[in-house]
Design a protein around this ligand. Structure first.
Ligand SMILES: [Zn+2]
Length: 273
């Protein structure tokens, strides 16, 4: 059996802590409109863009001699479902990890039923309650208001987990906050709640903002160990068509698709904080 392993490269996992990753904005979670954070503990709103946030990198460890392995992760931030992507996964029996918010679960009961009907394909993890960035100081990330306090980060994470439980999914083990950026202290809060922070290594769609051709090209170019992020909640944008085509190109290459749960199973010691 080929053992999979995850490499979590973040300031929490790398001694000594490097400078926060500040790269050209990939707009990882930009596909949902801004919403105020939860009321619990939220300090006064700030319109200042928060700088110096961490964008954790997550990749699968290469296995010598093994087939190329890729993890597809899709954020379901809010709104609807991109059936171009979902149907491609189901029809081709391609496993994937979804990060769903409580808001999205509530609005997509028919898709929740599809996901639950295919437990061999879909792992559903925690994308928070209201799609509020897990950042514990007030301000904006890509124009989205942060949670703004530890209490609000806590509420966002717990609210997402509660919604997954109410929908009948297995308890989540991974959390990815809206925008996929964090303060180190918020990442510690997430860890204290029992979750690993799900980074990524390949941004497939910049929050469903890229063209179909760009999304297809990016995803088709995945390397061994890539953890791909894309969005499955923007059926009205063109990016999703390219995401679906890119997935099929990976399949044609003979790539092995793994879910984060499958990969993390054997790697607890390596990824734990
Ligand atoms: Zn999102």
């Amino acid at each position: 059996m080929l053992l999979a392993a995850l490499v979590l490269l973040s300031p929490l996992a790398q001694p000594p802590a490097p400078a926060p990753v500040i790269q050209p904005p990939p707009k990882a979670g930009l596909s949902a409109p801004a919403k105020p954070g939860p009321k619990a503990g939220g300090p006064a709103r700030s319109t200042t863009t928060i700088k110096g946030l961490v964008e954790p990198h997550l990749a699968l460890s290469p296995i010598s001699g093994a087939p190329v392995r890729v993890a597809l992760t899709f954020d379901a931030c809010s709104g609807k479902t991109d059936r171009r992507i979902l149907d491609t996964l189901v029809e081709n029996r391609i496993p994937a990890t979804l990060f769903a918010t409580a808001r999205w679960l509530k609005r997509n009961p028919e898709v929740v039923a599809i996901l639950k009907a295919h437990p061999d394909l879909f792992e559903v993890e925690n994308h928070g309650a209201m799609h509020v960035p897990a950042v514990d100081k007030p301000g904006l990330i890509y124009g989205i208001a942060s949670a703004g306090s530890t209490e609000a980060v806590d509420a966002e994470v717990k609210g997402g987990a509660d919604a997954l439980a109410a929908a009948g999914f297995a308890p989540p083990r991974w959390f990815r906050g809206a925008t996929a950026r964090y303060t180190t202290s918020a990442m510690e809060t997430v860890g204290t709640l029992g979750y690993r922070v799900a980074g990524f290594s390949l941004n497939g769609d910049d929050g469903a903002s890229v063209s179909a051709a760009t999304a297809e090209k990016r995803i088709a170019a995945a390397k061994d160990g890539s953890v791909i992020i894309a969005h499955i909640n923007q059926p009205d944008r063109t990016a999703g068509a390219g995401v679906a085509r890119g997935i099929l190109k990976l399949k044609a290459r003979g790539v092995t698709f793994v879910r984060l749960a499958d990969a993390a199973e054997e790697a607890g010691a390596r990824t734990g904080h």
